[in-house]
Design a protein around this ligand. Structure first.
Ligand SMILES: [Zn+2]
Length: 60
């Protein structure tokens, strides 16, 4: 049996990776890489094609 069987279909827009951190090339004063978090607009960060439940809001 495959281990990667999921109960819900994976979002085709983000391929199951609804949130990604994008490095800006800038560094913060603490020498950490500054990143922007992008959330998939199609699945609203759920990674599935089903609508996002109200308790899984991500970001702004
Ligand atoms: Zn998505």
């Amino acid at each position: 049996m495959p281990e990667n069987t999921r109960p819900r279909p994976i979002c085709a827009h983000c391929d199951g990776f609804p949130t990604v951190a994008i490095t800006t090339g800038q560094t913060t004063p603490t020498r950490h890489r500054q990143t922007i978090t992008a959330t998939c607009p199609a699945c609203l960060g759920t990674g599935h094609t089903a609508p996002a439940p109200s308790h899984t809001r991500v970001g702004v």
